[in-house]
Design a protein around this ligand. Structure first.
Ligand code: NAP
Length: 260
């Protein structure tokens, strides 16, 4: 098992990509602490993991609020004694609007969850990791950080900011035994976020969502979408010692859409 005896915090672990990462990490021997705002979802995933014989616990928290981030870290320590890996996966899509239509409140909300949340949690877990001289942080960014798409300014800015935060954290942490990397997934159509985006774009363009999605897939080298399990496999690689010499990177899991 690649993560035997480790403890992982996974934000946004109640559904979608976070849920797939939780299942993958638990199967590899990590205890998982799941955090999100919807209690029924995090509880259901934790129960599913526990029934399968894994160590799992859940907490209701909003990662854009500092006290909630402290509560997440406290819960991991209370249930499992330590934090070895932090997966900053919680994210919101935000408004599908042009820049001049986005309100400052909408902007702040997206940045608060997608960028401030990872900052808040990272600063809380790093001292413990530094003390032990080991640990890993994985930030779930997006192809939106690298491409040029209309109507997603706060989302794209938050995800590009997360790539910048990843590099800074990696530079600060590298000589202290901690690795920090990001993943940029392409479209994962099984998720609520991807479905919301597809519908919002179709509404804006007065187009059929399936046709729009087909046209997007044509732009990927592999011509097919990604799965939450694909992203979870990449996260496992970055969390495990198999990627021991990799830090400060943004790994594209996008079927061949971004090339830097
Ligand atoms: N789906 C895609 O195609 C795609 C592509 C590239 C990148 N991503 C990124 O992948 C990550 C996972 O997204 P997903 O596709 O799995 O979307 P999703 O199904 O909408 O899941 C998002 C998760 O984040 C949680 N969350 C949202 N706001 C939160 C907050 N303030 N505090 C704590 N948890 C919060 C949600 O739970 P609650 O709502 O209950 O809080 C949910 O568990 C996101 O960072 C997203 O930007 C997704």
């Amino acid at each position: 098992m690649l993560l035997a005896g480790q403890v992982t915090i996974i934000t946004g672990g109640g559904r979608g990509i976070g849920r797939a990462i939780a299942a993958r990490f638990a199967r590899e021997g990590s205890a998982v602490l799941l955090a999100a705002r919807t209690q029924s979802q995090v509880d259901a995933v934790a129960a599913e993991m526990s029934v399968a014989g894994h160590k799992a616990a859940a907490i209701v928290a909003d990662v854009s609020h500092e006290p909630d981030c402290q509560a997440i870290v406290n819960a991991a320590r209370k249930h499992f004694g330590r934090v070895d890996i932090l997966v900053n996966n919680a994210g919101v899509l935000g408004p599908v609007k042009s820049v001049e239509e986005v309100s400052p409140k909408e902007w702040d909300e997206v940045i608060g969850v997608n960028l401030r949340g990872p900052f808040l949690l990272s600063r809380l877990v790093l001292p413990e990791m530094y003390q032990r001289g080991s640990g890993g942080i994985i930030n779930i960014s997006s192809v939106a950080a690298k491409g040029a798409f209309q109507w997603n300014s706060p989302y794209a800015a938050s995800k590009a900011g997360l790539a910048g935060l990843t590099r800074t954290l990696a530079a600060e942490a590298a000589r202290k035994g901690v690795r920090v990397n990001a993943i940029c997934p392409g479209p994962v159509p099984e998720t609520e976020m991807s479905q919301m985006l597809g519908q919002a774009l179709a509404d804006r363009l007065h187009a059929d969502p399936d046709e729009l999605f087909k046209a997007l897939l044509e732009k990927l080298l592999q011509g097919k979408p990604q799965t939450a399990a694909d992203v979870a496999d990449a996260a496992l690689f970055l969390a495990s010692s198999q990627s021991a010499a990799i830090t400060g990177q943004t790994l594209n899991v996008d079927g061949g859409m971004s090339f830097y």
